[in-house]
Design a binder for this molecule. Sequence first.
Ligand SMILES: Nc1ncnc2c1ncn2[C@@H]1O[C@H](COP(=O)(O)OP(=O)(O)O)[C@@H](O)[C@H]1O
Ligand SMILES: Nc1ncnc2c1ncn2[C@H]1C[C@H](O)[C@@H](COP(=O)(O)O)O1
Length: 222
Amino acid sequence: MNLRLKYGIPSNSVITIAGTVGVGKSTMTNALANSLGFRTSFEKVDTNPYLDKFYADFNRWSFHLQIYFLAERFKEQKRIFEYGGGFIQDRSIYEDTGIFAKMHNEKGTMSQVDYETYTSLFEAMVMTPYFPHPDLLIYLEGSLDDILSRIKERGRPMEQQTPIEYWEEMHRRYENWINSFNACPVLRININDYDIMEDESSIEPVVERISHFLRQTQLLKK
Ligand SMILES: Nc1ncnc2c1ncn2[C@@H]1O[C@H](COP(=O)(O)OP(=O)(O)O)[C@@H](O)[C@H]1O
Ligand SMILES: Nc1ncnc2c1ncn2[C@H]1C[C@H](O)[C@@H](COP(=O)(O)O)O1
């Protein structure tokens, strides 16, 4: 059944799924898109020409990788706009700067000059009145232990070889980042509150929460 009609979710909605690596964004993107009849916008990991190199040498490749992600996400944003919405997006553009670029700069694996070049480009492209922000950002949160088991279970070699401290640092930063994020409305969902791998129908309460939340934010806009 199309849950979009049942819960009155506007067909032009754009919902972005945020959260740390391995928390379950892609899985949630697929499940929501299927139940709402929406298109998906995914990060392409397998065809990313920098990702493996980046994990092998952060210093050398962090700037290249950020520029690549920014270009890819911006192109996706354009595609979503051209379709007139109706999308679930796997990871928001805001996490690139708010989490990744910032973390690499502060940890010394992205130089100050590269970071400033990147952030000025990001701000010129994204933080303008012309850039359409999503109607809703769903933030998936879970314990570090659960997330580390998911990264392990998924088994991407580059991530397995990365020290646990990297994922710990990212997990901590995500919590701080979401507490001050205000570019669009945020709905926080704990990964223990649904289990779409075992029980497909557990997506319905999530859709219900989205519907309720969107209605509230629309009312506030009026
Ligand atoms: N609700 C869930 N319950 C159990 N395992 C899950 C759930 N969602 C995702 N996973 C598993 O966790 C791993 C990471 O999920 P994924 O959706 O790829 O995360 P992300 O896109 O956030 O990196 C995958 O192996 C996936 O099968
Ligand atoms: N902006 C980014 N900088 C560095 N690494 C990034 C960025 N965006 C995504 N990544 C990495 C993290 C993961 O290894 C893959 C895919 O992310 P996932 O959270 O599993 O969808 O890309």
